[in-house]
Design a protein around this ligand. Structure first.
Ligand SMILES: Cc1cc2nc3c(=O)[nH]c(=O)nc-3n(C[C@H](O)[C@H](O)[C@H](O)COP(=O)(O)OP(=O)(O)OC[C@H]3O[C@@H](n4cnc5c(N)ncnc54)[C@H](O)[C@@H]3O)c2cc1C
Ligand SMILES: *[C@@H]1O[C@H](CO)[C@@H](O)[C@H](O)[C@H]1NC(C)=O
Ligand SMILES: *[C@@H]1O[C@H](CO)[C@@H](O)[C@H](O)[C@H]1NC(C)=O
Ligand SMILES: *[C@@H]1O[C@H](CO)[C@@H](O)[C@H](O)[C@H]1NC(C)=O
Ligand SMILES: *[C@@H]1O[C@H](CO)[C@@H](O)[C@H](O)[C@H]1NC(C)=O
Ligand SMILES: *[C@@H]1O[C@H](CO)[C@@H](O)[C@H](O)[C@H]1NC(C)=O
Ligand SMILES: *[C@@H]1O[C@H](CO)[C@@H](O)[C@H](O)[C@H]1NC(C)=O
Ligand SMILES: *[C@@H]1O[C@H](CO)[C@@H](O)[C@H](O)[C@H]1NC(C)=O
Ligand SMILES: *[C@@H]1O[C@H](CO)[C@@H](O)[C@H](O)[C@H]1NC(C)=O
Ligand SMILES: *[C@@H]1O[C@H](CO)[C@@H](O)[C@H](O)[C@H]1NC(C)=O
Length: 636
């Protein structure tokens, strides 16, 4: 067949290098996109048919655009498993060199971040190892690496720091190569190269994803972290919107957009986490924000996107130009339909915020029952608090036998002065007082979002290999219907009593009136709590023991949560990879349409992300039997 000829044909002869991204392979194109604003400089460098024609055929065959002609289309099932290094079909060294050349030298051969800790690697270096070990839990360290991810569990724990030279360091579930992209042409070349060579492709931005979506054994990674362009558009105009907006490159992170908002006096809908990739996996998966109770999800804000499709073509996606993709990309999940190079999002007027932190715990004067009455009183206020536009991140922690602590971490009262905040929480605080629970709230008013957010949310701690999280979106009815509320509360109390922490957000995320609909999980729209819990195991646990822990957590801890709201779901970006019936849980009634669009836009099966749309057609044969990405990816 055609593919075989392509890969085994006489490409062993010498090739003359006709051009690279910095030269002939990319064309300069018109500077204004159909989105109505200028392309970023990185977007004016595009791979075009003319540019490809400047290569000779023996070279251009690695980078041709995908066909939409059904008679010659090689589909997912015809291609079989994706290649791994060492396979007959794995591109030869000189092909990788050719690829690197046309990319303008942007190809990085993966060296695991902690390789410096292992004498078996030439990168072995005690000082470097010490640095990586000490900084392993710092999210910036992983974001700045072309292949590392923040949850090594899903990459296969293949090269951990601080092992004192013992153990092994392998590539495991890390991508084999990554392209450090700084322009659109490089993304197009990588997409075409991976599709034609039948490589697994992963998009890695910061590597925050909780389900291993940004890593994969033998993959070619597209590392978008350095696409940092950022523009404020004071008066953007689209079919459904006229007003201030921002255009963000795919690598822009939460702290960067908030800093710009602070400078220009607007409010952006981004996440609470400081280093999350706002214009990447965050908005693609929906994206909840301290502003969500007022403005909805991050995906809802998006007005236009620039995207590289699975066939390698670069397109502008607006409500007008492509209503289907416009709908699917906003909330339908990262790494699935295409690679977004930039987004244009609406932004909102500057607003004041009261930030409040407080805590209470069981102790000599607070019995376990009184403690839980205090928590219960809080949960009855969820509808009122979310309807007032606020967002609260709170933890309830089991701290020993019959010992519990509640931490408000923080209460983010948007558009509330301290007095207004105090009035809002007064009914709850009165109950606490009546229960004998003393609290002293540290509440402070900020006249803008940035100050409150910066003070309220510390840098994320990541990198654990002994922790697994899962979550649920609890609907309004679970707090408004007393029978259902009692069941819900009792369920959460027994989760805590059995030793599992509750890390939850009281918020809402309705689609604001007049906003075009999108593919975000419908379960978000009537949720009043996004709750996360976790399990953990000893560092010495075997793979089999870890798997048992994961399954128990799934069934015995999250199972009862699901029973309180079987029609609801979970937020894909902060969920359990083993979530049963993930199609319903993460996508709800949108799934069928999303699946059809996946077939239309990616008939090649180029994009795969665990629990992504269409992922049920694939299987990762992990080498340790755990749900991680360290094995071969094959069609089922
Ligand atoms: C500490 C922490 C705090 C968090 N806080 C929040 C929060 O406040 N609100 C919230 O909603 N979520 C939050 N999240 C979850 C976060 O939204 C997801 O982890 C999200 O996937 C991160 O996107 P990323 O691009 O930064 O990460 P990555 O792991 O790099 O990418 C995630 C997924 O998106 C895909 N992707 C990335 N960029 C692109 C692109 N340009 N085009 C196509 N696909 C792409 C990747 O292939 C992958 O599938 C948090 C996560 C962590 C670990
Ligand atoms: C391309 O490959 C063909 C077939 O092997 C060979 O005859 C030809 O010389 C090659 N062309 C170039 C420019 O290398
Ligand atoms: C190609 O196949 C797809 C899916 O089977 C179909 O929707 C599409 O109309 C076909 N296109 C052409 C040009 O035949
Ligand atoms: C990173 O490691 C260095 C020592 O190698 C240490 O001084 C520094 O505090 C670490 N930073 C963080 C954020 O852990
Ligand atoms: C490595 O050595 C350090 C310092 O001696 C020690 O604290 C640490 O526990 C060791 N780690 C492992 C995994 O053995
Ligand atoms: C990635 O590319 C950027 C330019 O966009 C460059 O500044 C950076 O050093 C590169 N990083 C690596 C690890 O190669
Ligand atoms: C924004 O643009 C619209 C349409 O172009 C125009 O009607 C409106 O007056 C502009 N608003 C401001 C504040 O410039
Ligand atoms: C803040 O509250 C006032 C009323 O108190 C309201 O008029 C205004 O629209 C609110 N602002 C936001 C951003 O919700
Ligand atoms: C809910 O629980 C409370 C407290 O235990 C109890 O007073 C109330 O009667 C219960 N309501 C229903 C409808 O079961
Ligand atoms: C409240 O929930 C219970 C249990 O799910 C259900 O039987 C009942 O119909 C609900 N009541 C209302 C008013 O919706």
């Amino acid at each position: 067949m055609a593919l075989r000829n392509l890969l085994t044909g006489s490409l062993l002869g010498a090739f003359t290098l006709a051009g690279s991204v910095n030269g002939l392979l990319a064309d300069e194109v018109p500077t204004t996109s159909d989105a109505g604003v200028p392309y970023f400089p990185s977007e004016t460098l595009q791979l075009t048919d003319q540019a490809l024609a400047s290569l000779d055929k023996n070279q251009s065959k690695y980078f041709d655009f995908g066909t939409s002609d059904n008679s010659t289309l090689v589909t997912r099932s015809q291609l079989g498993c994706k290649s791994l290094p060492g396979d007959f079909f794995w591109p030869a060294e000189f092909v990788w060199s050719l690829f690197d050349f046309v990319l303008g030298g942007a190809l990085i051969k993966t060296v695991p971040l902690a390789a410096s800790c292992y004498p078996s690697w030439s990168e072995y270096d005690a000082n470097e190892c010490d640095f990586v070990t000490k900084n392993w839990t710092n999210s910036n360290l992983h974001a700045a690496d072309s292949a590392s991810v923040m949850w090594p569990l899903f990459e296969g724990r293949s090269c951990l720091p601080n092992v004192n030279g013992t153990g092994e360091c392998t590539l495991g579930g890390y991508s084999s190569y990554a392209v450090n992209v700084s322009n659109v042409a490089q993304i197009q070349l990588a997409v075409n190269f991976a599709r034609i060579s039948n490589l697994r492709l992963v998009v890695k931005n910061t590597g925050h994803d909780f389900n291993g979506k940004s890593t994969g054994a033998g993959a070619l990674g597209i590392w978008t972290h350095n696409m940092k362009e950022l523009d404020y558009i004071p008066n953007y105009s689209s079919s459904s919107y006229s007003g201030p907006a921002v255009k963000m490159g795919a690598g822009v992170q939460a702290s960067e957009i908030y800093a710009m908002a602070n400078k220009f006096g607007f409010t952006a809908v981004g996440g609470e986490g400081k280093t999350v990739g706002v214009a990447g996996g965050y908005f693609l998966g929906g994206g909840h924000s301290p502003m969500s109770s007022i403005y909805g999800l991050a995906a809802d804000q998006v007005l236009a996107m620039e995207v590289v499709l699975a066939n390698g073509r670069f397109v502008t996606v607006t409500e007008q130009s492509d209503p289907d993709l416009f709908w699917a990309l906003r909330g339908g999940g990262g790494g699935t339909f295409g690679i977004v190079t930039s987004v244009i999002s609406r932004v909102h007027p500057k607003v004041g915020v009261t930030l409040s932190k407080f805590s209470f715990a069981t102790g000599p004067t607070v019995s376990v029952d009184a403690f839980f009455e205090g928590v219960r009183s809080y949960m009855t206020r969820f509808p009122a608090h979310a309807d007032a536009g606020t967002y609260a991140y709170f933890w309830v922690l089991p701290t020993g036998a019959d010992k519990f602590t509640f931490l408000m971490n923080p209460f983010f009262a948007v558009n509330h002065t301290v007095d207004q905040f105090n009035a809002l929480v007064k009914p709850w605080f009165d109950d606490l007082k009546a229960l004998g629970i003393e609290i002293s709230a540290d509440s402070k008013y900020y006249d803008n979002f940035y100050g409150a957010w910066d003070a309220g949310f510390p840098l994320e701690v990541v990198g654990s290999t002994t922790l697994l999280t899962g979550s649920r979106l609890f609907p309004r009815a679970n707090f408004e219907n007393e029978t259902l509320f009692n069941t819900t509360f009792d369920t959460l109390r027994s989760t805590l009593t059995s030793g599992h922490a509750l890390l939850a957000f009281n918020m809402k995320a309705e689609l604001p009136a007049g906003y075009p609909s999108d593919a975000a999980n419908p379960a978000f729209r009537n949720a009043l709590m996004h709750a996360i819990t976790s399990t953990s195991w000893d560092a010495t646990a075997t793979d089999a023991e870890i798997l048992t822990k994961m399954e128990e957590f799934n069934n015995d801890v999250l199972g009862p949560w699901r029973k309180t709201c079987p029609e609801s779901g979970a937020y894909m970006s902060e969920a359990l990879i083993l979530e049963p019936n993930f199609q319903q849980a993460f996508y709800g009634s949108n799934y069928d349409r999303l699946y059809q669009l996946k077939q239309r836009y990616d008939p090649y099966g180029l994009f795969y992300a665990p629990t992504g749309v269409g992922s049920e057609n694939w299987q990762v044969k992990s080498v340790d039997g755990l749900p991680d990405q360290n094995g071969r990816l094959c069609p089922v």
